[in-house]
Design a binder for this molecule. Structure first.
Ligand code: HDD
Length: 755
């Protein structure tokens, strides 16, 4: 078999144990094109439990549904989409090796055509995201207020959660200043429930009709399509300063909440007030909260900007790495409940206004279940990209209110999937399939994958025996709460209670610690400072004056403009401590500790510290002048980062094990001049080590050292004794001190330092 022989020859050549090939395939003199050896088919990945939608069987008897993985890559041989085996996929069919490509090459046309259509429109907002599978376990504590079965005690429900930024395109950076989406699909036995929330509990607008306006203002300018994934530009600030109901959400964005440290360290909020219904039909108003087990933490702005360059996928990678390492992120779902009174207000707060929060001190958040994300998607496109959320995906026991923002969303999400996912059958895409039995009588349409049987997809019918049947309250039907709608005129108006745009932003500002206020001032100064239009900066200051005079004055000083006076009377509400991110001690899971060392450092100490870091559920990364392994004493120490690949922003804390050498040694042999440039002769410490330590210091990170590390710290200008810079007699002793510091997340005493 000449084809097989050529293939064997090619394999030999590749292995380097046969001479040169007889001829280059496709050129004159070549014997025959080499072909790939058929390899054993890799079995389909086991379906995840939460992907196991209803199994169906096609008319040929071939199972579909979860077994689709099998259809995707099951065969042993490379084939066309129609299953015909191929002998070559590297050369077009030509009239002679140097001749024109023939139109009749159906494999070429099929391969290129499919490729041409690989992309689908990105989401119009929340285009950039990352997701994970998991499980939700009900505590049963909500049983009195809702009959939702998935909240019952110990019921486990598969989930898929997608986190996102709002403004940026699919390829934009993760750590931009923006709101984060936090959308969870619960595949419950009673149908799918989607909680489509954000990491900020309020929204920019009170009525969905303005959604295109806020998004057009926030997206890049339509002429040059800049800036990408940023709010620091004229159109955004033009809109949010003219439209003062955006003040509260904008203030949260300018706070540390706008730059989370990790998706794993964000709160989530359902934002709107929903209505719960219990088994007796009694209703309760509710706000949903996600509380991260690791606490709520943020980057500092300078760090966020550096991360965008160093690792634009920082949040995406962090989530996937943590799950892969078994450090499964967890959140408790909590509810704030309010009596379902006719006016739908609580302590004077209008619950239908999505620019309002209800302080947790007034209505405590009560935990009702636990979310654990424990599996990464196996295919980004199939799962993270194609997942389709919708606030109207509700289950019995959870109903909506008349929040006008929510009403518009109930229309928008279904509509958007039709253009994004190419038609009305997106519910059949594996990640979107409900785990409850379906008989929706929907038929046909683009990308129909089901082969429906029967002749009567209508009701009532006699031809299909009257199937499917209607459910009642006792058989799990979703029945809307029969709420009375007061007699009213048809108007385009907002209620008077929606007109207070400043007292809740003021509450937020007054609840911040001094460091958090400093960060907010810096953020407004940065963002307004990036606007070109003087009038927009001035209007921005007028808005700030209505939140707080000090905030306004500080930002005005930074902009070099006079601070205007408030145009509303400022109240002084009691602060809500729950709004501040500071003041508690948090678990250390998944925090990253960089360990700086070279072959002359205390390698034994590094070995013990690595173990101790791992024991604490954290991630140790050894940083050395060059890659490979550090030899000396016991087991060689593997190096994960070098002076070239390390940047401070990757670490939550840095430990220095001795006096790490000048990294230029690695270059010296190759290029003495370059080595001199990196580390001038006589420099005590490699400048990249100094930068690493100095940046870590600026960003409030814990720094520790032993075995003579004081010298290195001093050379970086951060002597031992400055807050959060510690030394010890041993590696593990130093780590213990650093762990104490890490529990507070950052060394807050170092602020303000102008970042
Ligand atoms: Fe929205 C996506 C959250 C208001 C219209 N939204 C989207 C996603 C999240 C939110 C997390 C991403 C879902 C995913 O990962 O696929 N949106 C919110 C929150 C809002 C909000 C918390 C206010 C409380 N959204 C809102 C309004 C409208 C939309 C008022 C329109 C009237 N949102 C959409 C959308 C998106 C979307 C255009 C884009 C992609 C998608 O829906 O599936 O329909």
């Amino acid at each position: 078999n000449p084809v097989k022989a050529a293939a064997e020859k090619a394999v030999e050549v590749l292995r380097g144990d046969g001479g040169p090939p007889d001829g280059i395939p496709g050129r004159p003199g070549a014997e025959a094109p080499p072909v790939d050896e058929p390899t054993a088919a890799r079995g389909p990945l086991p379906p995840k439990p939460d992907q196991s939608g209803p199994e169906t069987v096609s008319p040929t008897g071939r199972p579909t549904g979860a077994a689709q993985a099998d259809m995707a890559q099951g065969g042993e041989y490379l084939t066309t989409a129609q299953g015909a085996r191929l002998y070559d996929t590297d050369h077009s069919l030509k009239a002679g090796a140097r001749g024109p490509v023939l139109l009749q090459d159906h494999h070429l046309r099929e391969k290129i055509t499919h490729f041409d259509h690989e992309r689908i429109p990105e989401r119009v907002v929340h285009a950039r995201g990352a997701a994970a599978h998991g499980v939700f376990k009900g505590y049963g504590t909500a049983a009195k207020v809702t009959k939702a079965a998935f909240l019952a005690k110990d019921v486990e429900t598969p989930v898929f959660t997608r986190f996102s930024t709002v403004l940026g395109s699919r390829g934009s950076s993760d750590t931009v200043r923006d709101t984060r989406g936090f959308a969870t699909k619960f595949y419950t036995a009673e149908g799918t429930f989607d909680l489509v929330g954000n990491n900020i509990p309020v929204f920019f607008i009170q009525d969905a009709v303005k959604f295109p306006d806020i998004i057009h203002a926030g997206k890049p300018h339509p002429d040059r399509e800049i800036p990408q994934a940023q709010s620091a530009h004229d159109t955004f600030w033009d809109f949010v300063t003219l439209h003062t109901e955006a003040t509260h959400h904008t203030l949260w964005n300018m706070s540390d909440r706008g730059i989370p440290r990790s998706y794993r360290m964000m709160e989530g909020f359902g934002v709107h007030t929903f209505r719960l219904v219990n088994a007796e039909g009694a209703t309760t108003l509710v706000k949903f909260h996600w509380k991260p087990r690791l606490g709520v933490h943020s980057l500092v702005w300078e760090e966020a900007q550096l991360v965008n360059g160093m690792d634009p996928d920082f949040h995406r990678r962090d989530l996937a790495d943590a799950i892969e390492a078994g450090a499964y992120p967890q959140w408790e779902l909590g509810i704030q409940t309010f009596p379902d009174t006719p006016d739908q207000t609580f302590e004077g707060i209008d619950l239908l206004d999505p620019t309002n929060i209800v302080p947790e001190e007034l209505a405590p958040v009560r935990p009702v279940g636990l979310l654990t994300l424990n599996a990464n998607p196996s295919n980004f496109f199939a799962e993270t990209e194609q997942v389709a959320f919708h606030p109207g995906h509700l289950v019995p026991g959870i109903d909506i209110t008349d929040d006008p923002l929510l009403s518009g969303r109930l229309f928008s999400y279904l509509d958007t999937q039709i253009s994004r996912l190419g038609g009305p059958n997106f519910a059949q895409i594996p990640i979107n399939r409900t785990h409850a039995p379906v008989n929706d009588m929907h038929r046909d349409g683009m990308h129909q994958t089901a082969v429906h049987t029967g002749v009567a997809p209508y009701r009532p019918n006699s031809l299909d025996g009257g199937c499917p049947f209607l459910a009642g309250a006792d058989t799990g039907a979703y029945i809307e709460v029969p709420r009375e709608v007061p007699a009213a005129k048809k108007v385009r108006e907002a209620p008077a209670s929606f007109s207070d745009h400043f007292s809740q932003p003021r509450l937020f500002w007054l609840s911040m610690s001094p460091v958090e206020r400093e960060h907010i001032i810096a953020a407004y100064t940065f963002e307004l400072g990036k606007c070109y239009e003087q009038s927009i900066k001035e209007r921005g200051l007028k808005v700030l004056a209505n939140i707080d005079p000090e905030l306004c004055e500080q930002v005005a000083m930074g902009l070099g403009l006079p601070a205007p006076a408030a145009t509303v009377s400022l109240t002084t509400p009691a602060p809500s401590p729950a709004l501040s991110q500071l003041g508690q001690t948090w678990p250390l899971d998944g925090r990253v500790v960089g360990i700086l060392v070279d072959a002359d450092g205390d390698l034994d100490g590094v070995r013990s510290v690595r173990e101790a870091v791992l024991d604490a559920g954290m991630v140790p990364l050894v940083i050395a002048p060059a890659g490979g392994k550090l030899e000396g004493g016991g087991e060689p120490v593997a190096v994960q980062r070098t002076y070239v690949t390390a940047r401070s922003v990757e670490y939550d804390a840095i430990l220095v094990a001795g006096v790490p050498g000048i990294g230029s040694d690695a270059y010296a042999a190759r290029d003495a001049k370059a080595a001199e440039a990196v580390a001038p002769a006589g420099a005590a410490t490699d400048p990249r080590v100094q930068l690493l330590l100095l940046e870590a210091f600026r960003h409030g990170k814990a720094i520790g050292g032993w075995a003579g590390a004081e010298r290195v710290l001093e050379s970086a200008g951060i002597p031992v004794g400055t807050p959060g810079v510690v030394t010890g007699d041993s590696g593990t002793g130093t780590l213990e001190q650093v762990k104490q510091l890490l529990g507070q997340h950052r060394v807050w005493e170092r602020f303000p330092i102008g970042v």
